[in-house]
Design a protein. Sequence first.
Length: 275
Amino acid sequence: MRRLGALPPERRRGAGFVLAVAAAVTVLSGCALIPAAIDADAHAFARGEVADVARGLYGEGTFTTIEHYARTADEALSQYSWPVLIGYEAYADAGEDEPIGRLQFRVVVPSEGYGTDDHIACFWSEFDMYGVVPDPTASDTAVAHDLDCPADAQQIEPPVDTDPVYVVPDGTEAIAVEVLTAAPPDATAESIVAEVIERMPPPTGEYEVPFEPAAVVADGEIGFAMGQGHDCLLVKRTAAGVEVVHAPAILLEPGELGCSPGTALLPPDQLQSPH
């Protein structure tokens, strides 16, 4: 949220803006231009609030949707007094480098009882997969565009996130250890995965989906993996027995060693933290 002391004169905020209105009404109450000047100041203030919110929203790359921005905007707006989210629009068939949609905001700047009406303004901001368009360094007018306030404009609830949440269900580690411990010498990777899936507890969250498990059998050893990054389960069976393998989460991300059954079978000195 903007702080008054850090702002240039043309973009007063909060109490400073209200005091400027009070002074104008007191000293120049007979001038017909004062309401218009006050209105312009309030509009610039409202635009700046929306621009601040929009600049602080970030996408997640290829899988970002405008619904994602609506949810994160709702969280960000809780730190502001006057802007609210009134709508969102997804752009159909948006290309990879094109805007994916827009958010719509309404701002009510209160008069604070100084003889002027509350100033109501609406704006829209556009986003691509990574953030606000054109970019966070752009001016307020390039980030927050004027919008004719819909007659029925009301604050909306953010859309529910129904995207799958991939998890390693609670209890899977114990099942994997049991399966690898009991696996016969002629066990295959496919049979191990099938048995873990059959015995694995179901996820408990409404949108939770289990990661796909994987196994490898090589030279009498078995490696098992399920998950990704910080939510990665690695189990191995070697001549020394069955062991749950622990490794730094950064090594288990895609592009690194990864959460794979081959990683489970690596020597411990290859699973040390890179830092």
